[in-house]
Ligand binder design. Structure first.
Ligand code: HEC
Length: 151
């Protein structure tokens, strides 16, 4: 019984540590997407409110933000009702663990956690690693945004 409690405690601590790390890594995103996740008009899309909409698009939606971070994104999108046409640089030089941490941070921050699908599962570093061999370019990631059917 004690060891079960200890295990649960360790899991909780590991989750909290990943959340902190995610917030730290997000400092590299905030210049464009802003600390409050609202982005800037037509230049940088809002992540607040938008990540749950993306996550609701099944497996490809859940993995789409990971592909954006690994490979970048270029093409006209609609985010929170605003047209955005910019270029998102690749962050593929970050570790799988840091990418998973920042992804899980943006999926949950700014009240996004309340809008996520009930069965949403955080991304693991192994899932991020498994996408690396796809070696997409930003235009190909854009094609996968189009397939999500977001408007
Ligand atoms: C230099 C500015 C810049 C930085 C830094 C940046 N982004 Fe982006 N991001 C963009 C732009 C611009 C787009 C939209 C690209 C387009 O219009 O195709 C975007 C798109 C996205 C999307 C897809 C949003 C959607 O609605 O489809 C996600 C997710 C995202 N960024 C997350 C991040 C995260 C997490 C970080 C930090 C690790 C980050 N971005 C850093 C500029 C930036």
């Amino acid at each position: 019984m004690k060891s079960v409690l200890l295990f649960v405690l360790l899991l909780a601590l590991a989750g909290a540590a990943q959340a902190d790390r995610g917030a730290q890594v997000y400092a590299q995103c905030a210049g464009c997407h802003q600390a409050n996740g609202q982005g800037i008009a037509a230049a940088f899309p809002a992540l607040a409110g938008e990540l749950p909409r993306i996550a609701a698009k099944g497996k490809d939606g859940r993995l789409f933000p990971a592909r954006v971070l690994l490979f970048g994104l270029q093409g006209p999108i609609v985010s929170q009702g605003k047209n955005v046409s910019g270029v998102m640089p690749s962050f593929g030089y970050l570790s799988d663990a840091d990418l998973a941490a920042v992804l899980n941070y943006v999926f949950k921050a700014w009240g996004n956690d309340k809008l996520l699908p009930k069965d949403f599962k955080p991304l693991s570093p192994a899932e991020v690693a498994a996408l690396r061999p796809e070696k997409l370019n930003p235009q190909q990631v854009y094609q996968s945004w189009k397939k999500l059917g977001l408007k």
